[in-house]
Write a protein that binds this ligand. Structure first.
Ligand code: GLV
Ligand code: MN
Ligand code: MN
Length: 414
């Protein structure tokens, strides 16, 4: 194993146990809960070890700065914001939070790799002419408060601070309560200090296995979103209610799931219903309400619109037949992201790496609308993600660090 792969493993092992569920082997690192707060503390300690002051943006995002920050940086008034802010900075990093029972690499790989890339550059005697900033974004998965990339959406003003403040988790805790204060919202001054963002991420498919390459550069992110389908019927006794008399929302729901699958296949798109809430959730009661969340993604916006509309129409038609009521609410939407083509080509040339699109959402997708942004993917031998089976070898992770270090040097030193 290379020295860098050993250093990767040492740093990785420090966080590997945090939030890991002994039963599934997956991670329960929901934003601003104890495991994620421990990871944030670990991040601050690692930044401290490297002499990198950490600032916040009042939205829960953290930034560790390497490089000479200009004096007189703004104080956002955020209790998190103790540090300075630089100009023309190159931003990298990712997120610590996970989906329920998610994999180890989705998110944390980008942060750990960024810290190690800083170490590599320093060991090579590289001195950036612009600051290099390592970010830990909050609530990227939307697993706790429902809106993915919440931290980057707040920083960029893509979500209203009041709406974000009022988002609630399953226990009724609001984002503002979890954060300890109302989120500050858009911070154009801070955003204006970043000249580029590069997020390194584990690949969430098998394209790099097929290409026999450890690292790729991203070209685009499919447009995608989340829709809440609420179906209301009549709760009643499972044993005494005649089949003909039922208004069972579970039937409408089951049909809707099948319709989503069919409509996605017809369009070469993706539709998933991975979350459902049933009331009263009793074996011997016809449900009164079933709520399912549709995650839909497609290569083109019009395909996505057509897909969601078709699922909604089929669900509505079935609801009429079942005597149930349907309400559809869009919870989040992410437009098609085409990463800066010039930057992607430049990095692909620098790294001799393939260029790939992805169906997964990332903070890079949100930031891409505001500054030149690129992503690097690291090979995942299983091709599985959002599952404990997600993986990456230490050697490939080391290759990812080397690639990221080269990219940061390219962007921050010239
Ligand atoms: C984030 O991982 C997403 O694509 O849902
Ligand atoms: Mn994810
Ligand atoms: Mn991720």
């Amino acid at each position: 194993m290379s020295g860098l792969a050993v250093r990767f493993r040492e740093l990785w092992d420090e966080i590997a146990p945090i939030g890991r569920d002994a039963g599934s082997g997956g991670y329960l690192r929901y934003a601003l809960t104890a495991p994620e707060l421990r990871l944030r503390e670990w991040f601050r300690a690692q930044a401290d070890l490297r002499g990198m002051p950490v600032s916040g943006d009042g939205n829960g995002n953290l930034f560790a700065w390497w490089g000479e920050p200009p004096t007189g940086g703004p104080d956002t008034g955020d209790p998190d914001n103790g540090g300075p802010a630089g100009a023309g900075a190159v931003l990298t990093g990712s997120h610590f939070d996970s989906v329920p029972h998610g994999g180890a690499y989705d998110g944390p790989l980008g942060i750990v790799s960024a810290l190690l890339a800083v170490d590599e550059l320093r060991a090579a005697g590289v001195t950036p002419v612009r600051p290099v900033v390592v970010a830990a974004f909050v609530e990227e998965e939307g697993a706790r408060f429902g809106v993915p990339c919440l931290g980057s959406r707040l920083l960029t003003g893509e979500i209203d601070a009041d709406r974000a403040a009022g988002l609630r988790d399953a226990a009724g805790v609001s984002f503002a309560e979890a954060l300890g204060h109302r989120p500050a919202g858009a911070d154009p001054a801070l955003l204006g200090r970043f000249a580029a963002f590069v997020e390194l991420h584990v690949e969430q498919g098998r394209a790099l296995v097929d290409a026999d390459a450890p690292v790729a550069v991203a070209s685009a992110i499919w447009p995608h979103g989340r829709w809440r389908f609420e179906l209301r019927g009549e709760g009643n006794h499972a044993g005494t209610t005649r089949m003909a008399d039922r208004r069972d929302p579970m039937l409408t729901f089951a049909f809707t799931v099948l319709a989503a699958n069919k409509e996605a296949r017809l369009r070469d798109a993706h539709a998933t219903v991975g979350r459902v809430a049933v009331e009263p959730n009793a074996t011997n009661a016809i449900p009164s309400t079933v709520t399912g969340w549709l995650d839909a993604r497609a290569a083109a916006p019009e395909t996505l619109d057509g897909l969601v509309e078709a699922v909604r129409a089929k669900a509505a038609e079935r609801a009429r037949r079942d005597g149930t009521e349907l309400t559809v609410t869009r919870e989040s939407a992410t437009p098609l992201v085409t990463f800066d083509g010039g930057l992607a080509d430049r990095l692909a040339g620098l790294l001799a790496a393939p260029v790939l699109p992805t169906g997964a959402g990332h903070d890079a997708g949100v930031l891409a609308a505001h500054l030149p942004t690129a992503m690097l993917f690291v090979r995942n031998p299983t091709g599985v993600s959002h599952s404990p089976a997600e993986s990456a070898t230490d050697a490939d992770c080391a290759a990812g660090v080397v690639a990221l270090a080269r990219v940061l040097e390219e962007l921050a030193c010239h």
